[in-house]
Design a protein around this ligand. Structure first.
Ligand SMILES: Nc1nc2c(c(=O)[nH]1)N[C@H]1C(S)=C(S)[C@@H](COP(=O)(O)OP(=O)(O)OC[C@H]3O[C@@H](n4cnc5c(=O)[nH]c(N)nc54)[C@H](O)[C@@H]3O)O[C@H]1N2
Ligand SMILES: Nc1nc2c(c(=O)[nH]1)N[C@H]1C(S)=C(S)[C@@H](COP(=O)(O)OP(=O)(O)OC[C@H]3O[C@@H](n4cnc5c(=O)[nH]c(N)nc54)[C@H](O)[C@@H]3O)O[C@H]1N2
Ligand code: SF4
Ligand SMILES: [Mo]
Length: 765
């Protein structure tokens, strides 16, 4: 394999430059002086997996990518991982040819075949499966490996042309955020990063931006320089917490109780932003004795009734010249939504919060005082681990309530920082035309239950499984069960760029291209810029982009040329509704809005009537209370004392700097830079009780599996909690993925996962 002409020393210098260039002009100058850019051709691209979609500029010499940097327009620079993409492109373990399995599933023994043989075989298997049990017996999975606008959408479109196939429902990632934001503010993927530096108080709640939003960490530092206080709520003293003004240690899965306690204090201490609540929210809507929203006309969803203080009458919320009451007289046959919210908060005195969350009562008061008075205040949510708990939606809801109740939203330096990108600023189209016939509705598999459902043939018997852009083996909850499921399916196709644990199980393994080997567009939910992705070099071996593969299968299935349109046309189809042109993005990344982005500016929300809701009707439809309430996680010492006898420790998860999930995990440069052992962080007391010392080989275990790892023992985590690392490959360096332990309970409101609601024990290996 030809290796690129860049030394590891250069790479380390560049990796350092990503975080230090601003502070080290001498180093930047030195690098510039020996910069070999002159005369090299450059191409634009994006770091396209589920991270920040940093802009990448490839420098090409003699048909090889020799260096990566980024376009100047960007406010974030690629990190060491992004720069290591050069070693992904030229990896030793690249899948170079279509292959068919010759060994056992999982053994990784293959022989090369031609593209024609691979595609004919797959098309034949699809036809067979449909003839036997209908198109619902086809399972198609895709996830976060490549989030551009062509790769995964091609798979979804192909499934629709097939008449509708089984897919997974919800997400591994942030369904809980979606299930809270959609009813409350009417939109997802809304970030406030442009005005972080203007916040006076930043609450990083259940997430770790220093590691997980690395490219934008400099904005937090800027806020700090301007005097902002940064507080982190996390059972673990995270990398961010170490650099924050305060670490608030909390029992996993109890964040909602803390939120409700803060809400109670805000109401009791005159900190409600009453004008904002009346004008911009549904806090004033009335509910009847049964807790149902009252409307003037049952057929008009926007005809919410409020109590007008001026006329002392019930009127529509949008009537002119009214003063809607935030609370009505006791004994009335109705009450306001705000009353309903405060009723749920009422039991949560600081002492009650302390009892449930482990956060001292005085800290609860300090937190809420600071948040509600030190304005503008911002909460950072970033699809944090706190919401990958059984009732994570309620916790996200509590965060939004806090912002709405105090008017900390819609202005610079306020809001809730979710993952977000250009989809919040402009509309984009589909690259592929819709199928001539509407696909049938096929009952999906909740993401958390992939293993169990496939094994049980639930809701559909699966004859054929095609997967791309995800780490089916290792990242999905209860990984051992998922592996059993993979083994049970008659035919398993994997499209992959490198020989991952999932690839090793394939019946047919298809070589997928990586960034720099294909043309595409990124107009996504992580970056404010629309970016053209250009083919900089010919693909390694016979690798092809997923949209090409779908096009070839479509031809074999008789769908004509619907998928085989020129890629430039696909990109234009995506851009069309946005008004941004191909010619514009050809020149460089384009942000569709000018100036700092402030979501929900001036209190205008994306709900049908423009007001934010406290009352969440979709929650009620799923059998939950329509307002935020605290629910005890089942798999926890309080929720299941019997199980906790066997497995007394709460296992949470964290993202690590060495990978983005399983991506980069086996990258040559990354392997040189970072440790080659996963760790479990445990408190000194828990370690001592088990005779475990710092650096010991240990096994973390529960009924789902065993995870061999190395103990890190100190007091940077709550007693009773252990923290495991995300993204390790099954079998790599003799270890496995922490997902062999994770809870596969469905997080019902968002059809998400509950992986951070997991009980385990630890023993010396
Ligand atoms: N380096 C790196 N960056 C990434 C990723 C990656 O894999 N690697 N993945 C990207 C993706 S897809 C995502 S979703 C984001 C996630 O971004 P983050 O949420 O920032 O990442 P996590 O490390 O999952 O979780 C953050 C913290 O939540 C804490 N935590 C766990 N359970 C609880 C709880 O119940 N309550 C509270 N308050 N805290 C809890 C953990 O100790 C951890 O420190 O990161 C993105 N960025
Ligand atoms: N234990 C544990 N499990 C977790 C988490 C955790 O913190 N701990 N976090 C959860 C979260 S937040 C998330 S978002 C999920 C992520 O879960 P997944 O999305 O399933 O996992 P990734 O590791 O991102 O898998 C991406 C794969 O896509 C491949 N890929 C990249 N580009 C392409 C392409 O263009 N074509 C094809 N065909 N393949 C490509 C990569 O090589 C990689 O193997 O994991 C969840 N699971
Ligand atoms: S891994 Fe994330 S932070 Fe690093 S370059 Fe890629 S998108 Fe940017
Ligand atoms: Mo995620």
């Amino acid at each position: 394999m030809a290796s690129p002409q860049i030394s590891r020393r250069d790479f380390l210098a560049l990796a350092g430059l990503t975080s230090a260039s601003a502070g080290c002009p001498a180093m930047a100058q030195a690098l510039k002086a020996k910069d070999p850019d002159a005369g090299l051709k450059t191409f634009q691209a994006t770091c396209s997996m589920e991270c920040l979609h940093c802009n990448l500029k490839a420098f090409v010499k003699d048909g090889k990518v020799v260096k990566i940097s980024n376009a100047n327009a960007f406010d974030g620079k690629p990190c060491a991982r992004g720069l290591s993409r050069i070693k992904w492109l030229y990896a030793e373990n690249r899948v170079l040819h279509p292959m068919k399995r010759v060994g056992e599933r999982g053994e990784g023994k293959f022989v090369a075949i031609t593209w024609d043989e691979a595609l004919d075989t797959i098309a034949g298997k699809i036809k067979e499966a449909i003839a036997k049990d209908g198109s619902q017996s086809l399972l198609f999975t895709s996830a976060s490996g490549n989030m551009d606008n062509l790769h995964n959408p091609a798979q979804v479109a192909f499934g629709n042309y097939l008449g509708g196939t089984t897919r997974t429902l919800g997400s591994l990632c942030c369904s809980a955020v979606t299930a809270a934001m959609m009813p409350i503010v009417g939109m997802r993927y809304v970030d406030t990063r442009d005005t972080i530096d203007q916040a006076k108080y930043i609450l990083c709640w259940g997430n770790n931006p220093l590691v997980t939003i690395q490219a934008y960490w400099h904005l937090y530092l800027k806020a700090k320089e301007r005097g902002a206080k940064i507080v982190v709520i996390d059972p673990r003293k995270s990398e961010t917490a170490v650099r924050a003004d305060k670490w608030v240690s909390i029992i996993p899965g109890t964040d909602t109780a803390l939120g409700l306690g803060m809400i109670r204090w805000i109401a009791a201490n005159g900190k409600l932003d009453k004008p904002f609540l009346k004008q911009h929210t549904g806090a004033v809507y009335l509910v009847d004795k049964d807790g149902k929203l009252m409307r003037e006309d049952a057929k008009d969803p926007n005809s919410y009734l409020v109590f007008d203080e001026k006329s002392q009458k019930l009127v529509r919320h949008d009537a002119k010249n009214i003063d809607p009451a935030l609370e009505v007289k006791a004994g009335s046959p109705y009450r306001t939504v705000l009353s309903m919210v405060l009723e749920q908060a009422e039991p949560w005195t600081p002492e009650a919060v302390a009892d449930t969350t482990g956060v001292p009562a005085a800290t609860v008061v300090e937190l809420v005082k600071d948040y509600s008075t030190n304005k503008p205040s911002m909460i950072v949510n970033n699809m944090g681990s706190f919401q990958r708990t059984q009732y994570g939606t309620q916790a996200v809801g509590a965060q939004y309530y806090l912002a709405l109740l105090t008017g900390n939203i819609g202005k610079a330096g306020t809001g809730i920082c979710d993952a977000g990108g250009v989809t919040q600023m402009a509309k984009f189209g589909s690259a592929f035309p819709p199928p001539p016939n509407k696909p049938k509705k096929v009952a999906p598999i909740p993401t958390a239950k992939l293993g169990e459902y496939v094994l049980a043939g639930k809701p559909n018997k699966i004859n054929f499984w095609y997967t791309q852009t995800c780490a089916i083996v290792g990242q999905w909850p209860n990984a051992n069960k998922v592996i059993e499921a993979v083994k049970s399916v008659p035919f398993f196709v994997v499209a992959e760029s490198v020989m991952t644990p999932t690839a090793r199980y394939a019946d047919i393994l298809l070589p997928a291209t990586t960034v720099f080997e294909y043309d595409s567009v990124m107009a996504g939910a992580r970056n404010h810029y629309i970016q053209l992705i250009e083919k900089a070099v010919e693909p390694q071996g016979e690798a092809k982009p997923d949209y090409w593969i779908m096009g070839q299968l479509a031809k074999r299935m008789g769908f004509g040329e619907a998928f085989n349109i020129p890629v430039e046309q696909m990109i234009k189809n995506v851009l069309k509704p946005s008004g941004i042109t191909y010619e514009q993005i050809k020149k460089g990344p384009v942000c569709p809005v000018k100036g700092p982005w402030i979501p929900f500016k001036d209190g205008i929300f994306k709900t049908p009537n423009g007001k934010a809701n406290f009352y969440c009707e979709p929650w009620a439809a799923k059998g939950f209370l329509p307002v935020v309430t605290y629910l005890q996680v089942d798999e926890s010492p309080k929720g299941n004392p019997e199980l906790a006898q066997k497995y007394p420790l709460q296992a949470i998860q964290r993202k690590v700097i060495r990978n983005i999930h399983t991506s980069f995990q086996d990258n040559e440069w990354i392997n040189q830079l970072f440790e080659d052992e996963p760790t479990v962080l445990m408190h000194t007391k828990d370690a001592e009780a088990r005779g475990i010392k710092q650096g010991d080989k240990v096994v973390v275990f529960n009924d789902r599996g065993e995870h061999p790892t190395i103990a890190v023992v100190n007091d940077n985590i709550r007693p009773g909690v252990v923290c495991l690392e995300n993204g390790w490959w099954m079998g790599q360096f003799g270890f496995n993925s922490s997902s062999v332990l994770t809870n596969d309970t469905v997080q019902i409101l968002g059809t998400g996962t509950s992986i951070c609601s997991t009980l385990v024990n630890v023993r010396k290996a």
